[in-house]
Design a protein around this ligand. Structure first.
Ligand code: SER
Length: 311
């Protein structure tokens, strides 16, 4: 039985991925870890600080783990509060996982990169896989460095590391923590709770986003495709749809005219302005057949429907 380990299981991606993997495979074969004391899920869980190589290796060996999904990271906005800590956590935890793969202790790794690898000097529209990349946040710097290390390990050591550059993820079960794209989740919570929403980005800030179901499907797809098909050894551009705060709020106001959204940009505006408006994901389409299923309308409908049930 192939056992899979999720690092960062309690976060926005981790909670959904653990649910997905435990439905798809034997639930006893999915092992969860996070920095938090307890898990929300019923699956096997261990508290783990991902920068501690020894503890990580112990868990991997104890359960004979074959695949690691390394999702733990400090995101863009939170990262600016403590750049050194962000670099240490994001890079050390990645190195720990890369070393386990290089030493053949695990067979395959998934690690998410991000649109934050792009910066002010990158092209804004339909941003290509290969272009100028000068990230302006420590999160982006750690992701771009991480990508280069992933490619290095893939090519030099033949390790099987697979990666996607995620845009903002819109989800209803777990809130994102400390990103620049978080408004696109928060706004739905305010709408359902019938509260006013104060958005921290300007209303016309266009950013790439992806609905959570698509994000999980993309991870499943890239992790199950034949490795020979993966021509990108660093991290694949991935696209869902592009949206601005205005576009989401207009749809919600149309549903409920009493919903009020105001705009008060803070330091996150500069981060958002440095990122692309839209992403070209032709390589993902061509190499492993990526197609996003959720556009803006489908995403809004699903968010409203699911949050009504949840809240
Ligand atoms: N959602 C992330 C962030 O805003 C982008 O990868 O930090």
């Amino acid at each position: 039985m192939c056992r899979r380990l999720i690092i960062g299981s309690e976060g926005q991606l981790g909670t959904e991925l653990s649910r997905f993997l435990s439905n798809k495979y034997d639930s006893d074969s999915i092992i969860l870890t996070d920095i938090r004391e307890e898990s929300k899920s019923e699956l096997i869980y261990h508290k783990l600080d991902a920068i501690n190589y020894k503890e990580l290796e112990l868990i991997v060996k104890r359960y004979d783990i074959e695949e690691i999904y390394h999702l733990a990271a400090i995101l863009s906005a939170k990262g600016e509060e403590n750049p050194k800590m962000t670099w240490d956590l994001n890079m050390t935890s990645l190195f720990n996982v890369l070393e386990l793969a290089k030493n053949k202790i695990v067979k395959k790794v998934f690690w998410p990169s991000s649109i934050s690898v792009f910066g002010n000097t990158s092209p804004k529209n339909n941003t290509n896989q290969f272009c100028v990349m000068e990230p302006d946040t420590i999160y982006g710097i750690s992701k771009l460095s991480g990508e280069r290390w992933c490619e290095y390990y893939n090519i030099k050591y033949g390790t099987d590391i697979r990666s996607l550059r995620f845009p903002g993820i819109i989800s209803y079960n777990t809130l994102p923590g400390g990103g620049t794209t978080d408004y696109a989740v928060e706004i739905f919570y305010s709408y359902i709770r019938k509260e006013n929403y104060k958005c921290f980005l300007k209303k016309d800030t266009l950013l790439p986003m992806l609905f959570i179901d698509d994000a999980i499907e993309s991870i499943d797809k890239i992790m199950t495709v034949n490795r020979n098909k993966l021509s990108i050894k660093s991290s694949y551009n991935l696209s869902g749809f592009s949206v601005s705060p205005d576009m989401i709020s207009n749809i919600l106001i149309e549903k409920d005219p009493s919903f009020i959204v105001s705009f008060k940009p803070d330091f996150r505006q500069d981060i958002a302005d440095s990122w692309p408006n839209s992403i070209n994901d032709d390589h993902a389409k061509k190499d492993w057949g990526w197609v996003a299923k959720f556009d803006l309308d489908k995403t809004v409908n699903s968010m409203v429907k699911n949050l009504k049930i949840k809240i």
